[in-house]
Design a protein around this ligand. Structure first.
Ligand code: BGC
Length: 887
């Protein structure tokens, strides 16, 4: 056996941890069949080289409690793990993992916040500022750490070189509650004598323009500020700390204007050469003023930072009907361009961004008031390379204006740098159906474009907010595709903190800002308080997230209970309901077919049930009983209010039946059967086009498949008539759209004000692809137990699903040849897999397993019934019933 993948909490790089007792996880490979861990030995070596060993009895290998003395701030220790089987066999030691605590106590901070003086002022977008400080070290240190954050956005330089590769640092959090600091190991970048620490500082979310309808400025404060604490240790053990203080110098940077929505303008001629290195004369720079920062708000990040994770080349250079030049990168995403250009001093290259073309020109209307325009002013010296620092755009196309004649060909000079939170990819899916594969790719890119420090609704227009409803429905899909535990865990901290500020009401988006849209309790949106921690717990096996969020979960459910009152029917409040159901008119996305109170009451029952289960996991028996009973009573009230004795629902819509079935609100098997049959009828009557919005979309395929209508689910899933998932693919989509018809069949952009081409919510169907077509479903938290139950159909000849679970890789792959189904399964140590096919039921432990079984041949999968009008359908049924034939 080998112990691999050792990690502390959720970071493979455990520098600057925010806890004294990091939990440890590891994976075990190459274990003989039937082998099980009986205990693990954890060795913790301190800075003096003294090891201590601890034994953790039992099979646990995920998020195992820290066994040693808690870490102190800055303390570094090295961990190794070895594992012993029930048979007494032991593995070798794992590779060592160094863990190091960050600054855990607010009193660890001696640095003072500094504001540039004079600071940028006037209307946004503001210039970015440069700050610098020369630091003299008496000798080359043996160790050095830089703890750094900003009110605003920063990029640091040390001795003339950029520090690290983090973008948009310190990310967006609810700054008045939590401000993340970054830890850099700068040991190798400092030498005896003069050194210079410098930083670019811009408004970002802190002070810049954020939000729709004109948005807000100065959301968290009206001054930007930098906080830096450099701690060096010399060979003799003595230490020196250099921090931001009055001695720092500042000046406006060559970034003459920058904003997240507006874009960035950079006048390269204004760069003070050598400004972040020693020997630079900063006497003509301004100074800084000391500011206030509550160091109790400073936290180490739980998830990874934003980085450039990909580079896309130009696919095509297009000359538009009006003669403009547009680059097509072939993929909608989020990021910005890096240009390599030669020209004359003062030449200006302008870049505008958009997701789509309309009438062959850049389609910028969906961006609303986000200018998304970058400008670069050349020095004229030699080849110049530039990428904006403090802005980000959601786009596939970029229009280039002012490209100098002497510059190289556009296609070779420009690269799309894809930016998002650098999560670890954990999930894959593919099949024999290229259109479904593209749909899955689109879901993946929807996630990548929108997980930018927080889970946003969209990456392009004047919004990009942490809308709770969007991630509420998408969290399970996201947590299959990427390791989201730290990323969502951090965001949930903010959700809970802000929810507490609003008396238990989950804000409509987190971080919250006051805009024209009222902050009110919204079903499905507010339920993110229960749905997201539950998804993280289910997929990552982390109890702590439930413990931490438990008050948030209960206070949301309690608030809904209060709104619903004795009837337990949540009506009377404004709701977004089944937002963007395809029948909703362009100017009223909430006007759905499903009654909003039906949706709200269904979610009330679901959130109460989840909270009850969370209480159970946490051993809070009384509360478990309370919320479970509450959920049952709400379900009963739902049945009473919204169902007929014959199983119809008050709203005759796909979403109504989908929530009733998938939230388990119909207890009688007969009622379920009737509801499911009727749901299938509605879907058929709608010619297998989607009729659901944000609420029904993640549920509809499961509601059919789980209740005897698998083929109808597939007919819906593989339809490409508008509206449907594959309609978007047939229109050339490379990301999920906000509306089913963000682009209308004639190629024009939907006239609605909210028409994004990059919203992940409707992509929640990918969870169905993973679990049902792929056949990989977790049935115990953290994938400790999985159900391998593919349900081939839709003419597919093969599919595969692979997930890097906390225990290691679980992989399922099946193929059909005639009536023979071959299933290959990989199960990691620590995981049990239940194999569940119509003619094959067994349970296996770790290893590679192959099965063959009898299954319907792909050719025998029923084709989608032809589309017809209701009348035609009724006549066809009547003909069949009476045996009549066409004359
Ligand atoms: C966002 C949505 C969000 C909705 C709720 C929109 O502007 O883009 O995704 O959930 O508002 O009102």
């Amino acid at each position: 056996m080998n112990v691999t993948g050792l990690r502390a909490e959720y970071t493979p790089d455990a520098l600057g941890l925010g806890t004294t007792i990091p939990r440890l996880s590891w994976q075990i490979t190459d274990a003989p069949t039937g082998w099980a861990q009986a205990s693990a030995t954890i060795e913790i070596t301190d800075a003096t080289g003294t090891p201590a060993t601890f034994t953790a009895e039992g099979p646990d290998q995920v998020l195992v409690a820290w066994p040693g003395i808690p870490l102190a701030s800055r303390e570094r220790r090295t961990i190794r793990v070895r594992t012993t089987g029930a048979d007494g066999s032991a593995s070798d030691w794992s590779e060592p993992l160094a863990v190091e605590a960050g600054l855990l106590d607010s009193s660890d901070w001696t640095a003072r916040l500094v504001h540039p003086a004079p600071d940028a002022a006037g209307p946004t977008p503001h210039p970015a500022m440069l700050l610098r400080r020369e630091i003299t070290l008496r000798e080359t240190p043996v160790s050095a750490r830089l703890y750094l954050t900003a009110q605003g956005l920063f990029e640091a330089e040390l001795n003339g070189r950029r520090l690290g590769d983090v973008e948009l640092a310190p990310g967006w959090t609810s700054y008045h509650h939590r401000l993340q600091y970054l830890t850099f190991d700068v040991t190798d970048q400092l030498t005896a004598g003069p050194n210079v620490l410098g930083a670019w500082l811009a408004d970002g979310w802190y002070r810049g323009y954020v939000g729709f309808d004109g948005g807000v400025r100065n959301l968290y404060g009206d001054r930007t500020g930098l906080l830096a604490q450099l701690e060096v240790t010399y060979a003799d053990g003595s230490a020196q700390t250099v921090s931001t203080d009055e001695s720092w110098r500042s000046t406006p940077s060559p970034i003459t204007a920058t904003g997240l929505y507006e874009g960035e303008t950079y006048d390269a001629r204004a760069l003070p050469a050598g400004w972040s290195g020693p020997g630079f004369d900063d006497t003509r720079w301004g100074g800084v003023t000391l500011g206030e920062l509550d160091t109790a708000t400073l936290v180490a990040p739980l998830g990874p930072p934003v980085r450039c994770t990909d580079e896309l080349p130009v696919l095509e250079v297009i000359t538009t009907p009006s003669g403009r030049t547009i680059l097509d990168f072939g993929q909608n995403a989020s990021g910005r361009l890096r240009i390599r250009v030669t020209g004359r001093a003062g030449d200006v290259v302008t870049v505008r961004h958009a997701e789509v073309l309309e009438n062959g020109e850049l389609g910028v209307r969906p961006l609303r008031r986000a200018a998304a325009t970058d400008r670069y002013v050349l020095t004229g010296d030699s080849e110049e390379v530039w990428e904006p620092r403090f802005t980000i755009h959601g786009f596939r196309y970029a229009e280039i204006d002012g490209w100098p004649e002497e510059a190289g060909p556009l296609a070779e000079s420009i690269t799309y740098r894809v930016l998002h939170s650098d999560l670890e990819r954990t999930g894959w899916w593919s099949s024999s159906d290229e259109l479904l594969n593209r749909l899955h790719e689109n879901v993946l890119w929807g996630l990548r474009s929108n997980f930018v420090s927080i889970p946003t609704d969209c990456p392009q227009r004047d919004e990009r907010l942490g809308w709770t409803g969007d991630i509420g429905v998408f969290a399970p899909t996201a947590s299959y595709l990427y390791d989201t535990a730290g990323f969502l865990g951090g965001w949930l901290h903010d959700l809970a903190a802000e929810q507490a500020d609003f008396g238990g009401m989950t804000p409509i988006y987190v971080p919250y800002l006051t805009l024209g849209f009222p902050n009110m309790p919204l079903a499905a949106w507010g339920d993110a308080a229960t749905l997201v921690p539950w998804a993280v717990y289910q997929r990552c096996g982390d109890h702590e997230v439930l413990a931490r969020q438990f008050d948030s979960m209960t206070s949301w459910v309690d608030l809904v209970a209060q709104r619903a009152g004795e009837s337990l029917i949540w009506d009377g409040d404004v709701q977004l309901g089944d937002w963007l159901d395809p029948t909703a008119p362009p100017d009223n996305p909430a006007e759905a077919r499903t009654a909003p109170e039906l949706v709200a009451t269904a979610y009330f029952a679901l959130s109460a049930r989840i909270t009850g289960r969370a209480a159970e996991v946490l051993g809070r028996t009384e509360l478990a009983r309370h919320y479970t009973e509450l959920s049952e009573r709400v379900a009963e009230a739902f049945r009473h209010e919204f169902t007929t004795p014959h199983g119809r629902l008050a709203s005759d819509s796909q979403t109504a039946y989908a929530v009733a079935l998938e939230f388990d609100l119909l207890t009688e098997p007969e009622a379920r059967r009737r509801a499911a049959d009727h749901l299938a009828e509605i879907v058929v009557a709608n010619n297998h086009r989607v009729g659901t919005g944000f609420v029904g979309t993640p549920l509809i395929c499961d509601a059919l498949a789980n209740n005897g209508h698998l083929d109808t689910a597939y007919h819906l899933l593989t339809n490409d008539a508008c509206p449907s998932w594959l309609y978007t693919v047939s229109m050339g989509a490379t990301t999920m759209w906000e509306r089913w018809d963000s682009m209308l069949p004639d190629g024009s952009i939907n006239p609605g004000d909210m028409t994004s081409f990059n919203h992940y919510a409707l992509g929640a169907v990918a969870d169905f692809l993973h679990r049902v077509l792929g056949g990989l479903e977790p049935v115990a938290p953290g994938y400790r137990r999985v159900r391998i139950a593919p349900r081939p159909g839709a003419g597919l000849t093969c599919a595969s699903a692979t997930h890097r679970s906390p225990y290691g890789e679980v992989a399922v792959s099946w193929r059909r040849e005639g009536e023979q189904l071959t299933l290959d399964v990989t199960v990691p140590v620590g995981v049990t897999a239940v194999i569940d096919l119509p003619e094959l039921a067994t349970e296996v432990g770790h290893g590679q397993h192959s099965f063959t079984t009898h299954y319907r041949a792909p050719e025998a999968d029923p084709p989608r019934p032809p589309a017809m009008s209701l009348f035609e359908r009724a006549m066809a049924a009547a003909r069949e019933a009476t045996g009549a034939t066409l004359a």
